[in-house]
Design a protein around this ligand. Structure first.
Ligand SMILES: [Ca+2]
Ligand SMILES: [Ca+2]
Ligand SMILES: [Ca+2]
Ligand SMILES: [Ca+2]
Length: 815
């Protein structure tokens, strides 16, 4: 369809503007097309020189697409991205850069005049997601009282595969059984370089010196012995039988019901959360000290509606997106009916618990061992440790009776939730331990039937269980280790020996967002029986240790070392997160109208390349230098920068524009004639100039004081400099106006696009920003319609090319 006759608008010749927001995990300022994920819910505002505005919110594809707006005029616009609630509780602007394929800053300038398309790609991130490439995993080891292995906490590189010590090095030992006893929970403290580790109730193996309610800390470098951090009041009452730990007869009912469940540190490092398994409560401690004498708060975790309130068994904890996630099960212990088993996940926001997942645990699974036709070995079963029916816990001559505990949670890059289920019955039996009944000292072997399960983030919010909705079932008869063809699994690689055991996961999972691999604790991880270690699952395909034991697993507890054999002897998994680098920037421009505001670009308002930017520390010493790129941008800091800024430190940014390239400036003046514009104009620091014009010395060399952001991963892209040429005569030069060309629409418009709704123009005042990036302060928020803009739907794996902005020369491939 051609141009509509008689209704020519100034913007009729505009091309398509695509603004895309990606969640970044690397902080390098460069787009990682394979790993970064679309971020919905980000506010986008596009304004023209006259102050007309169009606003939108990124959709599930992370995009706002504006095609031939009838509101905006001129074809050259300023794009401002902001992070609204609730996302601003955990997301912030990611570092940008001037390298190829970079993220743009939250304030960016585009040109879609004359039918040109333009695109902005900006990044957001949660610095809590940040880890270094040389991160390590940490795993507690549990041993029977008589085991030769005395390790209680080990650390190892993320690249370790194979069996130790014959194929690869064994882990570093951080503490030992005599120091902390039997433990499960771990939380990594990147602020103080230590690990929190929780006491754990398991038959046949004793608590440590702090008892069954203890939380210990250990420095991550192993430089000193563990110390007692805190006690979780009333978490443990049942004593072990210290005189006969190989029978420990009185302890059969305590596992899963006493001691410490999960541990999690709040993302800001201020609060340590623990689950008291006995009182089913969430206990919080001030995490900042070397010890915490008492909890700050104890909160009952509400029964989600189990068959009986006593069946509610909360356990796992994980912090994600600055929210605490609490996992648990309805144990069906009171009814002994499998249909009463379910998994429940709450979020806890500091005030209330909200159910985000509630799913029955009744589906058929792979067989723990033996026939696919034995219900007890191919399903989760109600919790039961009754001595009266003890022999019913047995299948053949092995104890197999998987009883679920939702022991751990991990989150993938797109927000999907991986659930780690521990087989609680394995904390009741052992590998060669004695029958608990009086007068019966038969040695008994347990085989674990834990699991690793996916709950995918739904495109419409919430979660979808593996095999439902758009959450894939990856299991096939060829890749599931001989389990029944009807078994549904996102992670079918949890098997051993071509089908000897079809559920080898031990229930602890973790995910480092910069990696493709989910780590899970496993029994028989590689090729050796009655061993323990870790399996690595492809987060996209679900392939794991069973599919390729040599490359997808690491064995570090041998048969000889562990007393727990196939009953599983590992605790939680944590990894070393890191404090993300900070960054400052970002723009030098020619402020032709001398209003001190970074208006949309045009003949009289242009970026200034080749300005020399020096970073001086508090002593005036130059610590970094760079030059502005074609877009007038510069950055200091971010991941991989030659100089890393010190958080909270005072710096000076020196803008030496005497070197700038003025070829795009009207009349192309010598750069030495440039003078700094009005500083601190308006109320949006992202749009102003920060340099107080010098009055002595070289007047084209000015400075701006900066206090570096003080929180990990923060960026400050508001450190800008505007310059102009002082008029020598009062004779005003008419400002040329771009003339719209009344040609046909330049590029086909995808028919799925709704046209963006108009926003009534402000008075054409140039100062349109609000606060430090908030739309709420524009004074026009009541008028701004938040538009539902359909996005360019780009299928997974499809390649797409942007008509590039002048500084980006790239074709992006999205996976
Ligand atoms: Ca499984
Ligand atoms: Ca399986
Ligand atoms: Ca201006
Ligand atoms: Ca500024």
């Amino acid at each position: 369809m051609g141009a509509t006759a008689g209704t020519a608008t100034a913007a009729a010749g505009d091309g398509t503007l695509t603004v895309e927001v990606l969640r970044d995990f690397f902080g390098t300022g460069v787009i990682n097309a394979a790993m970064d994920v679309p971020q919905r819910g980000m506010k986008v505002e596009v304004s023209d020189p006259a102050g007309h505005r169009v606003a939108g919110t990124t959709d599930a594809t992370g995009k706002v697409v504006i095609s031939q707006s009838t509101t905006l005029t001129g074809g050259q616009y300023r794009v401002d991205v902001t992070i609204p609630a609730p996302y601003n509780k955990y997301l912030r602007a990611a570092p940008a850069s001037t390298a190829e394929n970079h993220f743009d800053s939250f304030t960016t300038f585009v040109d879609v005049s004359d039918g040109k398309d333009d695109a902005v790609i900006t990044g957001v991130w949660n610095p809590a997601d940040y880890a270094l490439p040389d991160s390590r995993y940490f795993v507690p080891i549990q041993n029977t009282a008589d085991a030769q292995d005395k390790r209680a906490l080990v650390a190892f590189g993320t690249d370790k595969r194979g069996t130790c010590p014959d194929q690869t090095a064994c882990p570093t030992t951080l503490n030992t059984q005599d120091q902390v006893g039997t433990t499960f929970a771990l939380a990594y403290d990147k602020y103080r370089q230590r690990l929190f580790q929780g006491a754990f109730a398991r038959r046949y193996t004793p608590y440590g010196p702090g008892g069954g309610d203890a939380i210990y800390t250990t420095p991550t470098d192993g430089g000193s012995a563990p110390t007692l951090f805190a006690k979780v009041p009333d978490a443990a009452v049942t004593p072990h039988d210290a005189t006969n730990m190989n029978k420990d007869a009185g302890f059969t009912d305590a596992p899963g019901k006493e001691s410490v469940g999960g541990l999690a540190l709040s993302e800001d490092g201020s609060t340590l959360y623990a689950v008291n398994l006995r009182s089913r409560s969430l206990v919080s401690f001030d995490a900042t000290g070397t010890t915490a004498s008492a909890p700050e708060a104890t909160l009952r975790i509400p029964d989600p509606g189990c068959a009986s309130p006593g069946d509610w068994r909360p356990f796992g904890l994980q912090a994600y997106n600055n929210t605490l996630y609490v996992g648990g099960v309805c144990s069906a212990e009171s009814t002994q009916r499998r249909e009463d088993l379910k998994a429940v996940v709450y979020t806890y926001d500091g005030e209330r618990f909200s159910t985000v997942l509630d799913h029955p645990l009744t589906a058929k699974r792979g067989s723990v061992f033996g026939s696919n036709d034995v219900d007890q070995a191919t399903h989760w079963n109600p919790w039961n440790t009754s001595l009266a029916t003890w022999d019913e816990r047995k299948v053949g001559n092995v104890f197999i009776d998987p009883q679920p505990a939702l022991a751990s949670l991990a989150f993938t890059r797109d927000g999907s939730m991986i659930l780690g289920f521990r087989d609680r019955f394995m904390d009741v039996v052992s590998w060669g331990g004695l029958d608990p009944r009086p007068g019966d000292d038969t040695p008994e072997n347990g085989m674990a039937g834990g699991d690793i399960t996916m709950a995918c983030a739904s495109p419409t919010g919430g979660y979808e269980w593996e095999g439902t909705g758009s959450c894939p079932n990856h299991a096939t008869p060829a890749n599931g280790g001989g389990q029944d063809a009807g078994v549904v699994e996102y992670f079918p690689g949890d098997f051993f020996g071509g089908g000897v055991h079809a559920e080898t996961a031990l229930g602890s999972v973790a995910y480092i967002p910069q990696q493709q691999w989910v780590i899970s604790t496993e029994f028989d991880p590689t090729v050796n029986v009655a061993t323990s270690g870790t399996g690595y699952y492809d987060v996209t395909t679900g392939q794991g240790p069973g599919n390729a034991p040599a490359t997808n697993a690491y064995q570090f507890v041998s048969q000889a070392q562990s007393g727990f054999g196939k009953a599983g002897g590992l605790g939680d998994v944590a990894y070393a997160a890191a404090n993300a680098p900070i960054q400052i920037g970002n723009r030098v421009w020619f402020d032709g109208d001398h209003n001190g505001i970074q208006d949309p670009e045009g003949p009289d308002e242009v970026p200034l390349p080749d300005a020399t930017i020096n970073l001086l520390d508090a002593d005036g010493k130059q610590v970094a230098t760079t030059t502005t790129d074609a877009a007038g941008e510069y950055y200091f800091g971010g991941v991989g920068a030659a100089y890393e800024l010190e958080p909270g430190a005072k710096y000076t940014v020196e803008f030496d524009v005497c070197t700038a390239d003025t070829s795009e400036v009207p009349t192309q003046p010598p750069a030495t004639e440039l003078r700094f514009t009005l500083p601190r104009a308006g109320d949006n620091r992202a749009h102003d100039s920060n340099v107080t014009p010098p009055t002595t010395g070289q007047l084209c060399d000015g400075q701006a004081p900066v206090t570096a952001p003080d929180k990990p991963g923060e960026v400050d892209h508001t450190i800008d400099a505007g310059v102009y040429i002082p008029k020598e005569t009062p004779a005003p030069t008419p400002t040329p106006t771009p003339t719209p060309t009344p040609t046909a629409p330049p590029s086909p418009v995808p028919p799925t696009h709704e046209p963006p709704a108009s926003v009534p123009p402000n008075k054409p005042a140039p100062q349109t920003g609000g606060g430090s990036g908030g739309l709420a302060n524009t004074g026009t928020s009541g008028l701004l319609k938040i538009l539902s803009l359909s996005a360019l739907l780009v299928g997974t794996g499809a390649a797409f090319a942007f008509v590039t902005r002048k500084r980006r020369q790239a074709t992006l491939r999205q996976h």
